[in-house]
Design a protein around this ligand. Structure first.
Ligand code: AHR
Length: 658
């Protein structure tokens, strides 16, 4: 939160409350006494998937790539070092029969007293900060008759040592060794050397380097700057772990939450499905270490005040890929995983999985209320499997709300079949996805106006305006897309009695390791920035209010007249009226807002997100090109005249007088 306030404060300047505009003034009326809908606390949330190196190589702060030699190419990310003519050899050994979760390790033999060893390239290098502490650790086992120690060095791009330490493994059995050091320099692309001191042989596994300065200083934790960006959104929910990653390309590579908890050395690494998904963006070094696993997901949700929303595999691999299915009579273990997950999240410490949670350091329950059955599934096969999950889950946990998928598209046969079927089944929450053009977003602002008010709630679970086309690597997070999303979201909010949750997707992207664009937050090894789309999401979330009230122009909802879109809500907690207006036109608009039904105070604020250039983007070097600017406005006898700038999203807040 601190960083958001700073961004706003540095950008605050005060505009005159009344100003002139060329366009004819329009009078917008707000009936503040007539509550139309209650806004759910969950309304604006986060969709998290390990795509674009969002977890490994991203928010999971591990700096060593392929730390346990489990990639298909076991030496990917590693190089053999023979400094000063040193000599030695390496072997990859596989103890799969006795340790199936972490089968491979490296056996290193040095024939020289120094200079032989390994280096690791990190994820596009390692981001190192001057004066920060770095924690090295390794699992090691000395060979009989050996007594080598390990010299650890961080190397900058000039080849200089910018931090070092050493460890002396003493045991002939596997044992963890750790040492810390302080970096002397900032370096975005450091590498790590592990050099043997003394001739001899040693086995190494889980070679790891973390910054001390992680989110909440948790050892082996998450990148603080990235989690802070999530916290700054004050999200209502956190959906995890995806996304197609839940499904896997095939069932073998589906997400299995039980394999992502406990000692990280025993979380079985698997390929990331985005490794091979796009031929134009191959990512051969993209794997899932599950260092960010289900306990960590629940913890982030708890840390940032978001309601957890895990999605579980329902016996179906990705239908865009293999579409492997588990026969319905063999779904037992999948259903059991779902039931156990609920017990893991909510069960008392006397239950099997509640006890497991407590053993992992979190005795308090996580208060799980929702669970997604399947990600982006469709067809009869999905319904068949969903019903089995639904029956078993509700027999044991009737209070858990299930999220049902309406498939990948916002209309068409697949959508219609799922929509009709789930409505007949009286499902609780329907998950709709739309990756479409900015135009689609503007044209669909009334999408929910005629939805059944007594039917299931809608979760706009994945959406993003695509500047070129869905899946195009040319898509940009530009202002045109963000503004279209802002306009569309007025429709979500106006229909808050039907729409209970919404999240942009995907969330994170590594500037050097992405597969899918656009994305909400981009980062490199040291820096990160929020896109214009991020600021739209953030402004909605920070200004969601509690109760929607009518905002009209000539007695009609504001859904695109002269390019303007609007919504209004009261915040009963802060006693404020919140007006959101999006002017998608290239002309400035004069607007007079008249509030009826409640006496308003005289001062308020207007937060403006705007650019004259629809192609504007933010970047690592210019992160705030399109970012919120806050100014003061004056209300006079329950109304305020404002200029709605061209291509702008404005959020107005004013206190109620009584
Ligand atoms: O957000 C990227 C992908 O889009 C998600 O994994 C999937 O659910 C959707 O098709």
């Amino acid at each position: 939160m601190k960083k958001y306030i700073l961004a706003l404060c540095t950008a605050v300047f005060y505009l005159p409350a009344y100003s002139q505009s060329n366009s004819a003034e329009k009078v917008y009326t707000i009936e503040a006494g007539k509550i139309k809908a209650h806004v759910q606390p969950t309304m604006y949330g986060i969709f998290f998937e390990d795509i674009n190196m969002g977890a490994d190589g991203g928010v999971y702060a591990e700096l060593v790539k392929n730390r346990s030699f489990e990639f298909k190419e076991p030496l990917m990310g590693w190089n053999e070092l023979k400094e000063g003519g040193a000599n030695g050899s390496i072997l990859i050994l596989n103890r799969g029969a006795v340790n199936p979760d972490n089968p491979k390790f490296i056996h290193v033999t040095s024939k020289s007293v120094k200079g032989y060893g390994l280096s690791n390239e990190g994820f596009h290098g390692m981001g190192i900060k001057k004066d920060d502490q770095y924690n090295f650790s390794v699992l090691a086992k000395q060979a009989m008759g050996s007594n080598v120690s390990l010299q650890i060095e961080l190397i900058n791009s000039k080849g200089e040592v910018i931090g070092s330490t050493s460890v002396t493994p003493s045991s002939k059995e596997w044992k963890k060794y750790a040492a810390s050091f302080t970096a002397k320099e900032t370096e975005p692309k450091a590498t790590l050397k592990v050099l043997l001191k003394g001739a001899g042989s040693i086995d190494l596994d889980m070679v790891s380097l973390f910054p001390q300065d992680t989110w909440k200083q948790r050892p082996g934790g998450l990148r603080a700057d990235l989690v802070q960006k999530l916290a700054d959104m004050k999200p209502g929910f956190l959906r995890f772990p995806g996304g197609c990653i839940v499904e896997g390309r095939e069932l073998d590579t589906r997400y299995q939450w039980k394999k992502t908890i406990g000692d990280v050395a025993n979380r079985r690494m698997i390929i990331n499905r985005w490794n091979t998904e796009f031929a134009h963006r191959p990512a051969p070094d993209y794997y899932q270490s599950f260092g960010l696993g289900f306990l960590e997901y629940f913890e982030i949700a708890e840390d940032i005040g978001a309601s957890p929303l895990p999605i579980i595999n329902c016996g179906m691999a990705c239908q865009f890929n293999t579409c492997e299915l588990v026969p319905v009579n063999q779904l037992g273990p999948y259903v059991q995983d779902a039931l156990d997950l609920i017990e893991f999240a909510n069960g008392s410490i006397l239950t099997k999985w509640g006890k497991k949670r407590a053993g992992l350091g979190h005795p308090a329950p996580f208060n799980l209320k929702m669970l997604g059955v399947g990600n982006e599934q469709w067809g009869e096969q999905y319904i068949e499997r969903y019903k089995i999950f639904e029956k078993a889950i509700h027999a044991k946990y009737p209070q858990i709300k299930l999220v049902s998928s309406l498939g990948p598209f916002p209309g068409g046969d697949i959508f219609n079949f799922a929509n009709e079927t789930f409505r007949k089944l009286k499902a609780s929450i329907l998950d709709e996805h739309y990756y479409a053009s900015p135009k689609w977003f503007l044209q669909n602002v009334k999408r929910y106006d005629n939805y059944d008010r007594n039917g299931p709630k809608i979760f706009a679970g994945e959406y993003a305006a695509q500047s070129v086309s869905t899946g195009s690597p040319e898509n940009k997070n530009n202002w045109e897309c963000a503004m279209a999303e802002a306009a569309f979201m007025t429709g979500l909010e106006r229909n808050a009695d039907v729409v209970s949750m919404a999240s942009y997707a995907p969330l994170f992207a590594n500037v050097e390791g992405w597969q899918w664009t656009p994305d909400l937050i981009w980062f490199d090894n040291l820096r990160s920035y929020g896109t214009p789309n991020y600021y739209v999401q953030q402004l909605y979330s920070l200004n969601k209010g509690t109760d929607v009230v009518p905002l009209t122009l000539n007695n009609e909802t504001v859904t695109g007249q002269d390019g303007c879109f609007g919504t209004a809500a009261l915040d009963m907690h802060t006693h404020e009226l919140i007006i959101k207006m999006v002017n998608t036109g290239k002309e400035e608009q004069s607007a007079d807002f008249v509030v009826n039904g409640i006496k308003m105070g005289s001062t308020g604020t207007m937060t403006l997100l705007q650019s004259d250039d629809l192609t504007s983007v933010n970047s690592l070097d210019k992160p705030l090109t399109v970012s919120p600017l806050k100014s003061e406005i004056l209300f006079n006898d329950n109304h305020v005249k404002l200029r709605l700038k061209p291509y702008s999203f404005s959020v107005i807040r004013v206190k109620m007088a009584d």
